[in-house]
Design a protein around this ligand. Structure first.
Ligand SMILES: [Zn+2]
Length: 94
């Protein structure tokens, strides 16, 4: 990988949100945001550190080059534990 002398001082972020369907034409099972960040000065794409590489509807992941963060999300008015059965709540949580 080559390095440039850009100080990386200005950024642009792009977010695409996709619906996850139960098969083609099926019901919506979830939503996924795909986020990329690019240096506005040199166009270098930033890598996301931390999440594992892959695609998972239940937790954040990154693309194979780590330059796209994939985050499951849900609209506040339609969130339900059934979308994310791995999430557990204690009694009394609202
Ligand atoms: Zn830069």
């Amino acid at each position: 990988m080559t390095k440039n002398s850009c100080p990386h001082e200005e950024f642009a972020a792009q977010v695409n949100v996709n619906r996850l369907l139960d098969g083609e034409g099926g019901s919506v099972t979830g939503f996924m945001a795909e986020i990329t960040v690019t240096c506005q000065q040199c166009r270098t794409r930033f890598q996301f550190l931390g999440p594992e590489v892959g695609l998972n509807p239940r937790h954040p992941t990154v693309s194979p080059h780590r330059d796209e963060l994939r985050v499951p999300l849900a609209p506040h008015d339609r969130w339900s534990p059934s979308l994310f059965p791995a999430v557990r709540f204690r009694k009394g949580d609202s």
